[in-house]
Design a protein around this ligand. Structure first.
Ligand code: 13P
Length: 290
């Protein structure tokens, strides 16, 4: 069942849990995510990131994502992740996406407010939800391919974290539906244990009157840290790198078992789907307090 992200975030707020939001740049991940959500009977967000256009283009995967969302036995929102331009966001809206992220977080604050506000007006006129980002999230350089390349340990740089007072004005001015914040996570693989600033989440929540906050770089975080982040007010968790790694590991194992024997690709695709499903079930159980 296709729904907006706003509906899922409101429900997550009531249940004090977080909606899992998964990037799906191939059929294996799309099917793995939907199968996991249906098995656990929880809603999910499936998303296409603009940085994954090199893997598959929005024109190819977008309609398939919408089709799977409509067929699903659980509520599913279809979201554009890190939309970088008005054109990309409008293209996704026209295609039938029910949610978009407009990411102008690397632009100056005033430009971020101005451009995000324009997009909110367009999106809300056709009942599409909008996520924006404030503060700067870095990138561990391996894995998701998102964000700005950075040196390891950049997630310790609190100067880049979201400022609670700025978050209050941003949310009030732009009228977005959710806000991605920077508090210590990074996109891609973690090389050292992330040090998350839970106080920062709580401060932003109280400054914004309990606004739904989004964690990016969500895969690879410990179960304990997910729980603390959700307790502090995270309501959507973006997750990709570690489900992708789980599929890679499963494929590698299957291929190594078949050395000197013929190897058919469809067997690998099924192993990848099953590994993604299992990895996502683990995440969804924590996010939904199951
Ligand atoms: P990871 O790939 O680090 O899990 O991050 C996903 C993400 O934040 C998508 O926007």
């Amino acid at each position: 069942m296709l729904v907006t992200a706003k509906e899922l975030l409101m429900e997550a707020e009531k249940r004090k849990c977080a909606v899992g939001a998964f990037n799906v740049p191939n059929l294996e991940s799309l099917r793995g995510v939907i199968q996991a959500a249906e098995m656990l009977e929880v809603p999910v967000i499936i998303q296409h990131a603009e940085v994954h256009e090199n893997l598959i283009r929005l024109e190819e995967i977008g309609p398939v994502m919408i089709h799977y969302a409509k067929l699903a036995k659980v509520p599913v929102a279809v979201h554009l992740d890190h939309g970088s331009s008005l054109d990309a966001c409008v293209k996704a809206i026209r295609m039938g996406f029910t949610s978009i992220m407009y990411d102008a977080s690397l632009k100056d604050y005033e430009t971020n407010v101005k451009e995000t506000t324009e997009l909110v007006k367009i999106a809300h006129s056709v009942d599409v939800s909008v996520e924006a980002e404030l503060g700067e999230m870095t990138n561990s350089a391996i894995g998701s391919g998102e964000g700005r390349e950075s040196e390891l340990g950049a997630f310790g740089n609190k100067d880049l974290f979201t400022n609670p007072d700025q978050a209050r004005s941003f949310v009030a001015s732009t009228k977005v539906d959710s806000l991605a914040i920077s508090f210590g996570t990074v996109h891609g693989k973690y090389f050292t244990e992330p040090e998350l600033d839970f106080q920062r989440i709580s401060a932003i929540r109280s400054a914004t009157n309990n606004f739904p906050l989004v964690m990016h770089g969500g895969s690879g975080v410990s179960d304990e840290d997910y729980k603390l982040a959700i307790d502090a007010g995270i309501r959507k968790i973006n997750y990709y790198t570690y489900m992708n790694l789980a599929a890679g590991t499963a494929v590698k194992m299957e291929a190594s078992k078949r050395q000197n024997k013929e190897l058919f690709f469809d067997a690998l695709a099924l192993k990848a789907t099953a590994a993604i499903k299992e990895n996502i079930c683990g995440a969804l159980r924590i996010f939904n307090h199951l």
